[in-house]
Design a protein around this ligand. Structure first.
Ligand code: 5AD
Ligand code: SF4
Length: 442
């Protein structure tokens, strides 16, 4: 039997988590996960469709794999994830070396699909579901350090931000049964994991109603996971500013092991742009939520996503974005140039009217400002002592370990007798814009 599978993941953490579900489904059917594409029978590429350059990269990778297929004629290639969902038959037609195309809600059918492929078929399944959460599937932990893991708590998104393909590629929002989430976190803790990140496109709208009609909200879910053990750190991503509640901030304040870190995508600092983006909040609302975070959680780190050059963005709108960056003083930001995506609201109703050079200029201005702020923020950390969960050996030197503090900042320090997977107190002594350096405090 050709039973070796290899999976490559692109894009967001959700995709990484989905790849672990895929491997679990196939392992149960006797497939073996290998970590070298050359040794596999099926190469699966779990794809991202969020921006055009993400898709171009994947197209390039599919062409590269053609050469590998020349050397290994048994090799079959599959495209999974958001790009599979978005392009479906187009991919089957344009990439003749691809044998299967499977969307994010159809992974349970993979064993059947691989059987068909083995018999010579080319096949696609991109049906979306309103209920699938893979709740009962225990993910196989890929590329794991044995210390931190992702747990997917919901799927899909129905916010329909004007620029975004996700509601089309991942379908309707649905929440996973909280008992299975807490169960998964507990099992991870018992196996030695010390950090879980609860994942969803918009975790604040997590809501599960059981058969008795009892509802669980996101703050309640967080609380249940935090109670597993004070030694288990809990993180979450991503929060939508429109429904970041005080209740969640209060729960975060109550538990030391809920990390003081919130990723709060702003997208733009201009209310006019936010309205065009269909973000359902204003600049004032966003700043009020930031104030609430600072009030309940004075030591909380805030990071963001931003888009430069969205349709109709004026210089004044761009200045409003720079201004909100100066006010909030993010510790980190994922910064993007707007990329028009087919079939989105923007594509149907707006014009992509900011030319490429101008988009680049605005993006570079944001990047430069953010670099300066991150460095200034980090300099403020010098002299402070943090509890760090040690993750492993530093990339720079095997005499050093790296770990993160509750605020998700990476700290590098001389390893001495410390152990990965344990907590240590580290005093910050130096920094760059991206990393803190420190020394163990006994
Ligand atoms: N162009 C550029 N950036 C985008 N994002 C989503 N869609 C687009 C797009 N069409 C960004 C948003 C989102 C992050 C995951 O990707 O900032 O928060
Ligand atoms: Fe896309 Fe908006 Fe949903 Fe995030 S909240 S996945 S940006 S539609």
């Amino acid at each position: 039997m050709n039973n070796k599978i290899y999976i490559e993941s692109y894009g967001c953490q959700m995709n990484m988590a989905d790849s672990e579900v895929v491997c679990s489904i196939l392992q149960k059917e006797g497939y073996e996960v290998v970590d070298d594409a050359e040794l596999s029978d099926y190469v699966m590429i779990n794809t991202c469709a969020i921006r055009d350059n993400a898709e171009q990269r994947i197209r390039k990778r599919v062409r590269e794999l053609r050469a590998m297929q020349g050397r290994h004629p048994q090799l079959r290639i599959g495209i999974l994830g958001c790009m599979a969902e978005r392009l479906q038959s187009q991919l089957m037609a344009e990439e003749d070396n691809v044998s299967f195309v499977v969307g994010p809600d159809a992974y349970r059918r993979l064993p059947e699909i691989l059987r068909q492929v083995r018999e010579g078929a080319r096949t696609a399944d991109t049906e979306l579901s309103t209920t699938e959460t893979y709740a009962d599937i225990e993910p196989v932990r890929l590329h794991s350090n044995g210390i931190s893991a992702y747990i997917s708590i919901m799927r899909g998104c129905q916010n329909f931000c004007a620029y975004c393909v996700v509601p089309y590629t991942r379908g309707r929002e649905r929440s996973r049964d909280p008992q299975t989430i807490v169960g998964e976190a507990r099992t991870l803790f018992e196996r030695g994991y010390r950090e879980v990140t609860l994942l969803g496109q918009n975790v604040n709208s997590y809501r599960y109603k059981d058969t008795q009609g009892v509802e669980t909200s996101f703050p309640a879910l967080m609380e249940s996971v935090a109670r597993i053990s004070p030694l288990l750190r809990v993180r979450f991503a991503t929060s939508h500013p429109k429904d970041l509640s005080d209740e969640l901030l209060q729960v975060m304040a109550r538990y030391d092991n809920i990390c003081k870190y919130i990723h709060l995508p702003v997208q733009s600092g201009s209310s006019r742009m936010l309205k065009r983006m269909n973000r359902s909040y204003t600049r004032e609302w966003y700043l009020d939520r930031v104030d609430a975070i600072r009030r309940y959680l004075p030591d909380c780190s805030i990071t963001t996503d931003v888009i430069a050059g969205f349709c109709g963005e004026t210089e004044e709108d761009h200045q409003a974005t720079l201004d909100i960056f100066r006010r909030v003083r993010y510790d980190y930001a994922y910064m993007f140039k707007f990329s028009m995506r087919p079939n989105t609201f923007a594509h149907k109703h707006y014009v992509d009217d900011i030319d490429e050079q101008e988009k680049v200029r605005r993006l570079e201005e944001i990047i430069a400002l953010q670099g300066q702020i991150a460095l200034e923020n980090n300099k403020q950390e010098i002299g402070r002592t943090y509890e760090v969960l040690i993750e492993g050996t530093s990339h720079r030197s095997d005499k050093q370990f790296f770990g993160r503090n509750s605020q998700n900042k990476v700290i590098v320090f001389d390893r001495e007798d410390a152990q990965p997977g344990t907590y240590a107190m580290v005093k910050v002594t130096d920094c760059t814009a991206a990393t803190l350096k420190g020394v163990l405090v006994k």
